[in-house]
Design a protein around this ligand. Sequence first.
Ligand SMILES: C[S@@+](CC[C@H](N)C(=O)[O-])C[C@H]1O[C@@H](n2cnc3c(N)ncnc32)[C@H](O)[C@@H]1O
Length: 286
Amino acid sequence: MTQQGSEPWRLPRGDEVETHESQRVDTTTAHPARMYDYYLGGKNNFAVDRAAADLILDAAPEARTVARAGRDFLARAVRFTAGRLGIRQYLDVGTGIPADGNVHEVAQAVIPESRVVYLDNDPIVLAHARALVSGDPRGRIATGQADLREPEAVLTAPAVRESLDFTQPVAVVLGMVLHFIRDSEDPAGLVARLCAPLAPGSALIVSHITYRSDALKKFAEEVYDRASAPVVPRTHEEVAALLAGLAPVDPGLVRATLWRPEPGTPAPTPEELVNTTVFGAVALKH
Ligand SMILES: C[S@@+](CC[C@H](N)C(=O)[O-])C[C@H]1O[C@@H](n2cnc3c(N)ncnc32)[C@H](O)[C@@H]1O
């Protein structure tokens, strides 16, 4: 395991870049979205992000597999909500830096008229997301800045008001983001408030980090505490509690790789399963 004493996630101040959001992006503190981009093999990360992510990878080499499992689950879940449920509106909160299988790509491949709103609380993510606004012309893509900890502000964000019709089903996407909400911030209450105005037939797509040992949970919390957001890995029971009042479709809340795998995908070995420390679920609002 890499020594933590040198605090490699701290770089000298002054290394900042300007985005066209007219906000300075701090490249001296590791950022979870850019760390996630690094786990997925992306190029939109800085030295400080790679240093923090490498600490996690030293302790938990499966972090890359976990990121990939979360990303692949997201694509299957969107394909399911579009193809099987006919949902054509998506509210993606905690969008992340664009990677393969972005929500609009998957949804519009099934229903070209799909409308997708991407929201994130991080300006660098939005700067990247804006570059994406080129989906199928029959549909619509909008982006905006909003914080999941303020659900009413999310629901009334201009991009949401202009693009989504809440009298029709909407799929709310919370991919790998709820573990950045502390217990003291009431994640279950935030999910309930976000889903309150959804029409029957709407869905919530959730993926959430868990952990395979208490030591690793503590270590991840320490690394991310020094980054710009804390991480809160949760148990199956704790993640299930975030879905209260909603009805998970088969197979329920499971390790992400086990959620409706593509036909022909080899079953994970017991060891792989333990190491896939991310849960996924699609839950319906009746
Ligand atoms: C790990 S990425 C997830 C990307 C994508 N949703 C996925 O599942 O592949 C987490 C994203 O959540 C964003 N995020 C973290 N806390 C947030 C909050 N309170 N409100 C909105 N976005 C948040 C981060 O900026 C980051 O872009």
